[in-house]
Write a protein that binds this ligand. Structure first.
Ligand SMILES: CC(=O)SCCNC(=O)CCNC(=O)[C@H](O)C(C)(C)COP(=O)(O)OP(=O)(O)OC[C@H]1O[C@@H](n2cnc3c(N)ncnc32)[C@H](O)[C@@H]1OP(=O)(O)O
Ligand SMILES: O=C([O-])CC(=O)C(=O)O
Length: 372
C-alpha cells in the first residue's frame, strides 16, 4: 500500500466546474482575472451552476430568484437569540443555521434535480442574510431585510452595516465574492462531495463543508491573518514578529498553498483592493504591514501569499468584524459547493478511500474484571 498523506496530488474525481493548471485558475474555462475585472457575483453563480455565462434574460431571472428567496425563516432568527451569543463563533452559528434551514425546508429530502436546484437557490440567497442577521443580533440590533433592488454584494454590506454602501465598497466586495467562489477540490468542497456521495441531502453537504472551511489551515486563515496584523500593530514591529515566528517554526497565516507553487492568482486582485481601501479609509498601515510581511516571508521561503492574506486588510477596511471574514468566504464559496454537489449527484459514486492499518495486531481479549 502506498500512503499519500493529505491526499496530495491524488486525482479523486473529474469536474467541469473550475480548474487550476500551471497556477492558472479558471471557472468553466474563463480566466479568473477576466472574471474578477468584469463579472458580477450573480453571473459567476450562474456560470458555475450552468457551465455557461448567462444572457441578459437568464441573469435577470437568477437575480430575481435569489432576491425572492433571500428572506430567512423566523425560526432561525429566534434560534440565534437562544445562543450564548457573545462567545459563539459566527462560523459555528452559520453551520448550525444551515442545518436548521434543512429542518424547515419541505423539499430537504427531495432528491430530484429540480428540487436540488431550488434548494441551491435558497441556500445561496439565504447564507448572506444568515451571516448579517447573526452579526446584528449579537450586537443587540435588529436584522435588516435584504432589498430586492441591490446586488448580492451591496445587499451583504447593507444588511450588515445598515446603510447603503458606496460604489467603491460594492465593487471591492463583489470582486472578493467572485474570487472566492470556487477552487477545484479544496478541503471544504471535497468534504461536501464526500458527504453527498453517500446520497445524503444538499443541506448535509453544505453544513459539513462549512465545518471544513472553518479551520485555520483553510478558510479560517483570513481571520487568523487579521489577528496577526492586530498583534503586530505597527509597521516597525513586523520584522521582529516574523523573525520570531520563523525561529519558533510557526506558520505564517495567509502564506503557502497545497496546489500553487509560483503564487495564488487571486492574491494580486485582493492586494490591489487592500491598497485602495486602506488608503481611502485613512488606515494605510494595514496594507503597509501586509506588504512588509510578504517581503520578509518570501525572502526566507518560497511561500507566496494566498487568497486569505490580503482579503483580511481589505475586509477590515470595509468596517467588517474580523470573525465575519470566514463566514464571508462561505457566502461566496457556497456557490462552488453547490455546483460540486449537483455535479456529484449527476454521476455519483461513493467516495471511500482506504487506510493503512498501523495499530497493534493479534491482541487477546481479557474480560474487564481481569484487566489491570
Ligand atoms: C483558502 C485556503 O484554504 S488557502 C490556505 C489558507 N491557509 C493558510 O494560510 C495557513 C498557512 N498555510 C499552511 O498551513 C499551508 O501552507 C497549507 C495548509 C495552506 C498547505 O499545506 P501543505 O501543502 O500540507 O504544506 P505543509 O504544511 O506540509 O508545508 C510544507 C512546508 O512549507 C512550510 N510552510 C507551509 N506553509 C507555511 C506557512 N504559512 N508559514 C511557514 N511555513 C510554511 C511547512 O512548515 C513545511 O516546511 P518543512 O517542509 O520544512 O516542514
Ligand atoms: O484550494 C485549496 O486548497 C484552498 C483554496 O485556496 C481555496 O479553497 O480557495
Amino acid at each position: 500500500m502506498t500512503v499519500t498523506r493529505g491526499l496530495e496530488g491524488i486525482i479523486a474525481t473529474t469536474s467541469s466546474v473550475s480548474s487550476i493548471i500551471d497556477d492558472n485558475l479558471t471557472y468553466v474555462g474563463y480566466n479568473i482575472d477576466d472574471l474578477a475585472e468584469h463579472a458580477s457575483f450573480e453571473e459567476v453563480v450562474y456560470l458555475l451552476w450552468h457551465r455557461k455565462l448567462p444572457n441578459l434574460e437568464q441573469l435577470s431571472e437568477i437575480k430575481r430568484q435569489l432576491a425572492e428567496n433571500a428572506k430567512i425563516p423566523q425560526q432561525v432568527i429566534d434560534h440565534f437569540k437562544t445562543y450564548p451569543i457573545k462567545r459563539v463563533h459566527p462560523m459555528a452559528a452559520l453551520r448550525t443555521a444551515v442545518s436548521l434551514l434543512g429542518l424547515f425546508d419541505e423539499e430537504a429530502d427531495d432528491m430530484s434535480p429540480e428540487a436540488n436546484y431550488r434548494k441551491a437557490i435558497r441556500l445561496q440567497a439565504q447564507l448572506p442574510i444568515i451571516v448579517t442577521s447573526f452579526a446584528r443580533i449579537r450586537k443587540g440590533l435588529e436584522p435588516i431585510e435584504p432589498r430586492t433592488d441591490l446586488s448580492m454584494a451591496a445587499n451583504f454590506l447593507y444588511t450588515l452595516l445598515g446603510e447603503e454602501p458606496n460604489e467603491v465598497a460594492v465593487e471591492a466586495f463583489n470582486k472578493a465574492l467572485v474570487l472566492h467562489a470556487d477552487h477545484e477540490l479544496n478541503a471544504s468542497t471535497f468534504t461536501a462531495r464526500v458527504c453527498v456521495a453517500t446520497l445524503s441531502d444538499v443541506y448535509s453537504g453544505v453544513t459539513s463543508a462549512i465545518g471544513a472551511l472553518k479551520g485555520p489551515l483553510h478558510g479560517g486563515a483570513n481571520e487568523a491573518v487579521m489577528k496577526m496584523l492586530s498583534e503586530i500593530g505597527e509597521v516597525e514591529n513586523v520584522e521582529s514578529y516574523i523573525n520570531e515566528k520563523f525561529a519558533n517554526k510557526e506558520k505564517i497565516m495567509g502564506f503557502g498553498h497545497r496546489v500553487y507553487r509560483k503564487g495564488d492568482p487571486r492574491a494580486k486582485h485582493l492586494k490591489k483592493m487592500s491598497e485602495k481601501l486602506t488608503k481611502l479609509t485613512g488606515q494605510p498601515k494595514w496594507y503597509e504591514m501586509s506588504t512588509k510581511i510578504e517581503e520578509l516571508v518570501t525572502a526566507r521561503k518560497p511561500l507566496p501569499p494566498n487568497v486569505d492574506f490580503y482579503s483580511a486588510s481589505m475586509y477590515h477596511s470595509l468596517g467588517i468584524d474580523h470573525d465575519l471574514f470566514t463566514p464571508i468566504f462561505a457566502v461566496s464559496r457556497v456557490s462552488g459547493w453547490l455546483a460540486h454537489i449537483l455535479e456529484q449527484y449527476e454521476n455519483n459514486r461513493l467516495i471511500r478511500p482506504r487506510a493503512e492499518y498501523v495499530g497493534p495486531e493479534k491482541q487477546i481479549y481479557i474480560p474487564v474484571e481481569q484487566r489491570g
